[in-house]
Design a protein around this ligand. Structure first.
Ligand code: COA
Length: 246
């Protein structure tokens, strides 16, 4: 049976990525020849496994909304590489985005709205953190970042990073969308929000921040309005079985 996705919802899922994952051999069987070729280009086993799991789980998830077979899904890429479903998949409304970082992949699925998602592992040292903020954040964001006490800076940094990245990914224009052409909230505890944008209106977009597991921060941006449904972890399921939600 198809997974229900009302028009006004965004579904968020995550899965853990590990080198020794029993899913790898099964999920590899779902990938297209292009995806297998990309997987083979990774030199490290860990990177190869992560690619196979994230792309295989994406197929499993999308097949649940389409009520088809994961291996039958065809993707096409936008001008800057953003993947979407081919019209041959039969459902023109379904939109999705995926992000991966060390140890985790996240997925956001919705209907009839552009969507982007980003996840970052936050328990790592960013040596040039303050320089990155000064160089890549907008003037408004950089000023807020500088005003934060040292103990809040890491959280503020990743709030800003994930929210900006999710916005760029929602628009699908890659870095041709200048990072300083829009501003997001970043203060710890402050609602995730697009504050200003050079093209269009900031109120046409909504954001959410999530903490799927300790040490990971994620952000979703999608065209407003929508409600978030946190679907939780995709666990190991046999092919053809349903994907668990909590
Ligand atoms: C694709 C991009 C938007 C993000 O890449 P990334 O952060 O390395 O990777 P993520 O894990 O978040 O996302 C990768 C996935 O997004 C999807 N994707 C690819 N191109 C995309 C695009 N143009 N728009 C949206 N999604 C895209 C794919 O599913 C991709 O997975 P795959 O590589 O396994 O096929 C890229 O343009 C980029 O490099 N951005 C960096 C921007 C930056 O410097 N941000 C700093 C913020 S302060």
């Amino acid at each position: 049976m198809c997974l229900e996705l009302p028009d006004n919802q965004v579904h968020f899922w995550y899965t853990r990525l590990a080198e020794q994952d029993p899913r790898v051999s099964r999920l590899r069987g779902l990938l297209s020849s292009d995806e297998i070729e990309r997987a083979q280009r990774f030199h490290q086993e860990r990177d190869r496994s992560s690619f196979i799991i994230s792309h295989g789980v994406l197929r499993q998830l999308l097949s649940r909304y389409l009520d088809g077979k994961p291996e039958d899904i065809d993707f096409e890429a936008g001008p800057y590489g953003k993947p979407s479903l081919c019209p041959s998949c039969g459902d023109h409304s379904l939109q999705f985005n995926m992000s991966h970082t060390e140890g985790m992949a996240v997925f956001a699925v919705t209907r009839n709205r552009r969507i982007g998602v980003d996840v970052e592992r936050v328990d790592r040292e960013i040596k040039d953190r303050d320089e990155i903020a000064a160089g890549f954040f907008s003037a408004q964001e950089a000023a807020v970042f500088r005003s934060l006490p040292e103990e809040d800076r890491m959280e503020g940094f990743f709030n800003c990073w994930t929210r900006k990245e999710s916005f760029i990914k929602a628009k699908g224009e890659g870095l041709s969308c200048p990072l300083d052409s829009f501003a997001v909230t970043l203060r710890p505890g402050e609602e995730a929000k697009l504050l200003a944008v050079q093209e269009g209106r900031s109120e046409d977009w909504s954001m959410a921040s999530l903490e799927p597991l300790d040490d990971y921060r994620a952000a979703i941006t999608a065209e407003a309005p929508w409600q978030l449904a946190d679907m939780g972890e995709v666990v190991d399921v046999p092919l053809g079985a349903s994907v668990e939600s909590p």
